[in-house]
Design a protein around this ligand. Sequence first.
Ligand SMILES: [Zn+2]
Length: 164
Amino acid sequence: MHCPFCRHPDSRVVDSRTSDDGASIRRRRQCPNCNRRFTTVETTSLSVVKRSGATEPFSRDKIVGGVRKACQGRPVSEDDLAILAQKVEETLRSSGSAEIDAYEIGLAILVPLRELDEVAYLRFASVYQAFESLEDFEAAITVLRAGHVDHDEDDTLEDSATTS
Ligand SMILES: [Zn+2]
């Protein structure tokens, strides 16, 4: 870890603490050359195992990219997407495993996406779960409707009241 002030290649750890979600460690470091202090944040790595068996580092950008497509034309902001990607990462990290199956990522996306926008959720689910027929859509919509009954106090979602 190079000192950001004098580029000295070595530093001494003065203090370290784990973030609340356990995903990163903040270290307070001191440079033995110029004696200045700086902070580094180290995140534990999270890898994605793809269907081919290859692994790649987990990327929030990829989550955002995948979900953004499903959200085209929907009232979903870039902030919403960033928050969703963060939730997905927290869910995956809370599993405690360093390697995540690509399939699990899809599942971790569906839960917050359903809360964000139901149309985007259906679009994403139809690709991810490879819907093949109208019946698959109907089944997914039935599940969504059942969810509306459970939380009808926060029922701001369109056409849930008129179609049941
Ligand atoms: Zn230094």
